[in-house]
Ligand binder design. Structure first.
Ligand code: EPU
Length: 444
């Protein structure tokens, strides 16, 4: 559960206006049409912001999404001594970070508890300051989400790490050194953390079985622009030449592939047509053929993707989530919401996070016919969902429930909006601009 926001904590991000006590009311049935601008990717933006810690020079990030996780991380960085300059508006923020005077102070629990990506501060602070002290990271309650790969990799690079009392205390009194690291599983966060640490370490680092999510290549591209030597961006073997003396850089955050897939489903669910501006098909990996098989037609233009329901309609489709380029776990719940009204049945297997079916009970409140057996959810398509009061339990569950509400008959009231706001930049407002009947209202 995300604690309610203390607005003073978010002073670093003046565009963010927390709005507690509201829920989202969706009257389903409207066809979505028009242009939906896809924002910069949350999961690329967060590690890029942490990368700025590695250099005393200015790092400017364009196309940052205006979401709560970005605001919270900005606040954490500011507490570590990073100077921040914001410009732009909710549609595409620019943030300039200056980490010329860092204080490696203990990072507090309440903020870190909100965000898994805070674990990336461990590698970056160790590399830059030789020490780091932070609570075990939080984030969505979607599984165990250990940090053993992060810790083992950093220990192999010479860090002394102590885990006790819910805190991570780390030191590298003699600095970090390069290492050969084999990840037991291609972890996105561990790959990013070790890459960040390796850039300033003495000597070269090899990361085998590295995750290949496009957000990792986006981070690597920014680090390379800052002067780092990194190769292997297209595969699962990354090499980092350490000891770089980094400069500043200007980098634009890649478009959000999860928002892209989610909104493609929204177009199909409402039998509308959306132009997903800035979206890039190649970032969807296995999502492209899977969405096509399920009845979502996607057409590339030079500047985005046009999404609509294929003429044959939505068709039940089996899939399993996998590391990239496999089908993204972050799209599992939105696609399940779409398939809830497809013709026929779908078997959906979640292989990345063991508790990522918490949206199923909520979809059932809307009339979906879904049963879960172990790691597989069996979805039998129904003709129509019916609006109800539902609660988001995590970020992607929130997006799934918005989709379900858009297609449902009658009114859906969605609680737990802090989850939606964590990861999406103005989703309700952008949907309303495309014809959805959706509004934030004070909870009765
Ligand atoms: N794992 C461990 N030990 C570790 C690290 C990971 O056991 O030290 C396990 C995890 O428990 C999980 C698997 O390895 O079962 C993969 O986890 P990974 O480390 O790849 O995930 P993450 O870095 O914590 C990021 C995204 C998630 C996204 C996953 C998978 C960010 C901030 N988060 O998490 O995004 O689902 O990769 O693609 O980038 C979301 O945006 O909604 C979200 C949860």
């Amino acid at each position: 559960m995300i604690p309610s926001l203390d607005a003073s904590l978010l002073a670093a991000s003046p565009w963010w206006r927390p709005d507690p006590g509201t829920h989202l009311v969706i009257r389903g049935g409207a066809r979505l049409t028009g242009t939906y601008p896809i924002s910069g990717a949350k999961n690329a933006a967060l590690p890029l912001m942490v990368a700025a810690l590695l250099s005393p020079h200015l790092v400017t990030l364009h196309n940052l999404p205006a979401n709560l996780d970005v605001a919270v991380l900005a606040n954490l960085l500011q507490r570590l001594g990073v100077g921040l300059g914001w410009s732009g508006g909710r549609a595409g923020l620019t943030l300039t970070l200056c980490a010329d005077r860092l204080h490696p102070r203990r990072i507090e629990g309440a903020l870190v508890g909100r965000m898994r990506a805070s674990i990336l501060l461990l590698g970056a602070m160790l590399a830059r300051c030789g020490e780091a002290s932070l609570p075990m990271p939080g984030g969505d309650a979607i599984g165990l989400r250990g940090i053993d790969f992060h810790v083992a990799g950093l220990r192999a690079m010479g860090a002394e790490i102590d885990l006790a009392g819910g805190m991570i205390q780390a030191r590298a009194p003699r600095g970090l050194h390069g290492a050969e690291i084999l990840l037991p599983q291609p972890s996105v966060g561990a790959t990013q953390n070790l890459m960040l640490a390796a850039v300033l370490a003495r000597g070269g680092t090899v990361i085998r079985n590295a995750a290949r999510e496009p957000e990792i290549a986006d981070l690597a591209r920014c680090l390379i622009a800052m002067g780092a030597g990194i190769t292997g961006l297209d595969g699962d073997l990354l090499t980092v030449q350490g000891g770089a003396s980094l400069t500043g850089a200007v980098h634009s955050v890649m478009p959000d592939r999860i928002e892209t897939g989610t909104l493609a489903c929204a177009a199909a669910v409402t039998d509308g047509e959306l132009f997903l501006e800035h979206a890039r098909a190649e970032l969807l990996g296995a999502g492209m053929p899977l969405l096509a098989a399920a009845g979502v037609a996607l057409e590339e233009t030079g500047t985005g993707l046009v999404a609509r329901r294929a003429s044959a309609g939505l068709i039940g489709t089996d899939f399993r989530t996998m590391p990239y380029p496999g089908f993204a776990t972050d799209l599992q719940s939105p696609v399940m919401a779409m398939l809830a009204t497809a013709r026929g049945a779908s078997a959906i297997t979640e292989t990345i996070f063991e508790q990522r079916f918490r949206h199923v009970d909520e979809l059932r409140k809307l009339g979906a016919d879904i049963t879960v057996h172990g790691r597989t959810a069996w979805v039998r398509g129904v003709t129509r969902l019916t609006g109800a009061r539902v609660t988001a339990t995590d970020l992607r569950a929130a997006a799934a429930l918005v989709l379900a509400g858009l297609g449902a008959r009658g009114e859906t009231a969605l609680d737990g909006l802090e989850h939606l706001d964590r990861g999406y930049d103005g989703m309700a407002e952008k949907l309303a601009a495309c014809g959805a009947d959706i509004r934030r209202e004070a909870r009765a």
